[in-house]
Design a protein around this ligand. Sequence first.
Ligand code: SF4
Length: 365
Amino acid sequence: MNTDLTPTIQRQARKADLTSIYDFSRVDLEAWCAARAYPAYRARQIWGWLYRQRVGSYDEMTNLPGALRELLAAELSILPLEPVRELWTDVDETLKLLYRARDGQLIETVLMFYPDRATVCISCQVGCAVGCSFCATGMGGLQRNLTTGEMVYQVVDMARRAEARGRPLTNLVMMGMGEPFHNYAATMRFVGILNDHDGFDFGARRITISTSGIVPFIDRLADEPYQVNLAVSIHAASDELRSSLVPINDRWPVADLIAAVRRYIAKTHRRVSFEYALMTGVNSSDEHALELAGRLRGLLCHVNVIPYNPTPGAPYERPTREGVERFVSVLTDAGIPATIRYSRGLDITAACGQLRADQIAAGAS
Ligand code: SF4
């Protein structure tokens, strides 16, 4: 696959405000073609080049007329994000990408290889308004929502990179920068584009949407046609502690959050994951584990216990391996399925949002 994007970049470089072709659904693309007197099969060809061949430039769409390729390049960006920094570690086979959007904003995307799968973790916002006290992304506040096209492009580009290593992309998690439910419409559109059977055909069951607990959207997600997975970042079972870690808990306290998850499970019959960032001396005692078990008892759920990665500016510490194992065993002994999930790429910038923060601090944005 030719990944030389130079001709397209040169033609499009001066147009920072171009709509991206990755914002388009298949129906939008058909309408765009029809409005320019091109038949529907041209839209199908373009869709195939974008999502089946996953080419990086219009010049590679060799069965299109030259005039159509010129028109596409003039009106629709095929490069909504430009990679500016790429870090790879052999330690746990993880690739971190820092992308620059056309307005100069920086976002992070991570590709993680496992023996049986390859998972991309994408961002859905530049920054985040939730402001979790342990999170590098939250500390800077929200800059803006990402467009659907900027989200889709992260997946397409990482799929290319995974395939270049001979490992097809199999899973997608929305656990990077941002709160997906604060960018709900774009997120649903993103899922629809990736899920399109004539295009990428990314199975909804292999997509996980993670939320900090925006209750009304948990109910809304339960009504969507896509069978995506839901992950809820809980981090604490008491309101006092959770509010100090995840401020939106003041608006939607733990009991309301659990009730929404209960409704979601009743409607979808799908298991929900709870994410729990374990921090020494904060939420890591046996009592914390037992309190969490009490909250989750009877739910079709699983807890991912994530040893916290120290973040500059946040006063929290990483637990010992024994501490993590003990927390998990207290949960499982209490009947709650739980496993440890180690973060990837610790030797190439630890926490989510830190690569971007480092780049901004270095004055490179
Ligand atoms: S942990 Fe997630 S929800 Fe919380 S501030 Fe960071 S990006 Fe936002």
